[in-house]
Design a protein around this ligand. Sequence first.
Ligand SMILES: [Zn+2]
Length: 466
Amino acid sequence: MLLALVILAQSPAVVIRDAAVVDVVAGTVETGRSLVIVGGRVTAVGPAGSVAIPAGATVVDGRGGFVIPGLWDMHVHATNPGLEDLFLPLLVAHGITGIRDMWGGLGLLDSARARIGRGARVGPRVMGSGNLVDGVPPIWPGSQGVATPEAGRRAVDSLARGGAGFIKVYSRLAPEVYRAIAEESKRVGIPFAGHIPTLVPATEASDLGQLTVEHLTNVLLGCSREEERLRGTVQAAVASRRGWDSAGVIGRGQVQALLDSYDPARCRALARRFVRNGTWMVPTITVLRSTAYLDDTTLAQDPRLAFINPGMKGAWNPKQDFRFRALTSDDWARRKATFRRQVEIVGLLKQEGVRFLAGTDLANPYIYPGSSLHDELQNLVAAGFTPLAALQAATIEPARFLGAVDSMGTVAPGSVADLVLLDANPLEDIRNTTRIRAVVASGKLWDRKALDGLLEAGRQRAAPKN
Ligand SMILES: [Zn+2]
């Protein structure tokens, strides 16, 4: 108790005076409010005239502004060495106060959290999966490939013991190994989430309890009249001597058939399945878009490349990436057609009541720390979300997903002090989330000048060293 008092006494209070507060649950705005923040928590919210301002508090003029809960990017790769210092401060600079890290050692997650906690690194709240669990050979070097149900169960046990927030499942898991992972996850009480494995139907993944589906993996296939046949062909290729190498080629050849056999009625049935099972979508429209348009040279003109170091910029060139190197101009055209269909599917799933989380897949080509989450919100609106629904996908929905609605996702007394003060109302135009006047992350205030300092430091870190 004494210790808590000492900490409270040491943390300078922050007051946002006379702002509008956006209620992201009800979709309403209350004007003329003041907020008091002490010791990392919101301690009071009320009419500007009646809220007492603690002595010595830093007061931010909120007039004309709109307070929203801090934003979450629910799909990033940001804690690996070399990425952490490049990305984490820039996330805060754009109002991202929480992230779900989708692949990295548990030790890296812990050390990032510790550095942020003691103030040695500016960064958001971090939750994550630790290493991702794939089949064999795994797609990504350094990820964990498991070949048998027993190995799958062991991977779940060791990740759960190590403190993983969830098990990240990946594309090449064999169906029987995936089922074992699902079963073991349920047994030890840890969620599993990620890609739906290529050979597992989306309906089965949802029925088994996969908690989130990233990038709409296997959803388009689940909307196809030819789902069984198309999967069967890939399955046969995987079982052949050349294994996943030949399956990749087959998969690429199926894109047109997938588009041609699209059936909205099947898609709606799949959506209702997701709703019934509580399966969340993290569509990462931003990365679906960038990886469909990588052949478009205007991507390489984006001024935000100033925040990306030369090594990463080089890796973003599709000619350097094994996933894209072999694609022909016809492939690129089909990728764009697929992207348009995926956007349509996001709208359809939303209409049916499927739950969504906003995520970007940061670290992938032309995804930028922080600013791309704002792009994702705009992409959700373009797919048919209201601005409120898009905002919810980055605030209250992540809080619900994390089981933390008592402390996150809204602006209320007792909630953690993760807030963004905007210059204009995001419910009127979702692009207003980019008009950031101030950010409060874990109770620490970043005014516009301090935020600009973070941006400038980000540019410096990314600049070529000579
Ligand atoms: Zn990812």
